[in-house]
Ligand binder design. Sequence first.
Ligand code: PMP
Length: 304
Amino acid sequence: MANPHPQVYLGDRIVAAEAATVGVASSAVLYGLSVYTVFPVHVAGAARTAFRLDDHFRRLEESCKIIGIDRFAAEWDYARFSAAVVELIARNAPTEDVFVRATVHVVESIPGTRVRGCAIQVSMFVYDAVPIVPQDGMRLKSSPWRRIPDNAIPSRAKVNGAYVNSVLAKQDAIDSGYDDCVFLDGNGHVCELSAANIFLVRNGTLITPDVSCDILDGINRRTVLTLAAEDGIPVVERTVDLTELYIADEVFVTGTSAGAAPVLEVDGRTVADGRPGPISQALRKRHADALRTDVLHGWVTPLG
Ligand code: PMP
């Protein structure tokens, strides 16, 4: 378990982590009515950079828009957001790479099950960048829990309450001796992991479920798709069957907290020869490099 670093952003200021609380009667607590994002900050001595900060902000805005949290667009813009990140990182002065979790909480007290016009508070905290899945080869289990469909709680919006779905599936995988789950939709098609996107390689083509497959439109997913296309790897976004994972040449996952990490087993079937494949390895390296320095795409933002 990771602890937040001592200084936390809440509302419009930095406070001590112990004082950064949200009320028990808020919709955030009552209904899990908050949306969030997590982005990495790379630390190299005094230089600190955030990866795709503007894209994370945009996704947070979009999550609010989908759910109807209208006060965020009224009160926040990218300039305010990035200034808060700069201040938070300066105050904590991390010496190693960290993750930042930024959340928009609906803090209205007992408003009932509605959202429009309700008061919000933004929180941001920093924690150690510890991956949530093994980086040298993970084992996955297809979940008995179905992914929440777009017309129930949309995966496209990163809603805190929706993560009960992820908790059920991840815990089932852990209880069964696996590292993480593969979520399937109601028709048995592959969606994603509990908190990462999934890719497979067949005959040299990179394949991943498209964004209308009840997945989060992951920022690292987009990154890997761009890098693969630049490297001349054919890329296809489409519906994926579970059994395609069983016979894939390579399987890997992407996410801020997952990295770009290989999968070596799915439901007791070894992926290919049980070793990370060449395309997974090459993209893992390209992705790791992009997190640190990137001149081509403008993905890296200096923080002060
Ligand atoms: N899917 C889910 C359900 C997630 O929670 C995450 C982590 N944010 C991802 C995919 C990967 O998204 P990203 O690359 O933006 O971290």
